[in-house]
Design a protein around this ligand. Structure first.
Ligand code: 5GP
Length: 192
């Protein structure tokens, strides 16, 4: 998505060789108009996927995933939580996820009410790095007896291997911007 790539070039900040900071427009302060266009782009890409629900993980995937659900005809949208609120009284599915940015191990949870057997689930996240977060969400989908019909990443960092890992498991992976290397502010992209 050219507009997204231009925005990353303008406002993205590379940290060392592994981390890209986009919190001025994507996952802290949020450019709502750009996020809506991201949702429309995913809706176009996944229009024939049969998705019946959009799933992400709190917190940074929420804006893009929500915009995607809206653009796909207001599909039900759910985000996995990283804390266990005592309001989840009807039981939940849980899976471990190692955080790429924090290096910590968290448990992601979705209430059993919000993914049902035979659901077709589209997973959307802000970043795809090693694929850990997506693997955790796939585990929740599997526990529910549902199916993942695709995985969309706003930004993929190609060399960290997440897309290949998920594709090798048989999933369709689509990224709107593929970063091929970061060297502080020298950020390179796969050409479209
Ligand atoms: P993965 O689980 O694929 O290794 O990493 C994806 C998750 O880690 C995303 O949910 C995202 O929040 C976070 N993440 C991974 N790499 C980056 C990065 O370069 N910048 C930011 N802001 N978040 C990242």
């Amino acid at each position: 998505m050219q507009k997204l790539i231009e925005r990353i070039k303008k406002d993205g900040i590379g940290i060392g060789t592994e981390i890209l900071k986009v919190d001025s427009f994507l996952n802290h302060q949020v450019d709502v108009e750009l996020t809506e266009e991201i949702g429309e782009e995913f809706a176009r890409i996944f229009k024939d996927s049969g998705a019946k629900r959009v799933l992400t993980v709190a917190a940074s995937g929420i804006p893009a995933a929500m915009a995607t659900a809206k653009a796909m005809g207001n599909l039900p949208f759910v985000f996995a939580k990283k804390a266990a609120p005592n309001t989840m009284i009807d039981g939940f599915y849980a899976a471990p996820v190692r955080s790429f940015t924090k290096g910590t191990l968290a448990t992601v949870r979705v209430s059993k009410q919000f993914i049902s057997k035979d659901d077709n689930v589209l997973v959307i996240d802000d970043f795809l790095a090693t694929g850990e977060a997506a693997i955790g969400l796939l585990d929740l989908i599997r526990q529910a007896g549902a199916k993942c019909v695709g995985i969309g990443a706003v930004i993929e960092k190609e060399w960290q291997g997440g897309a290949k890992r998920l594709e090798d498991l048989g999933y369709r992976v689509e990224s709107l911007a593929v970063v091929t290397s970061i060297n502080d502010d020298d950020i390179k992209f796969r050409t479209l």
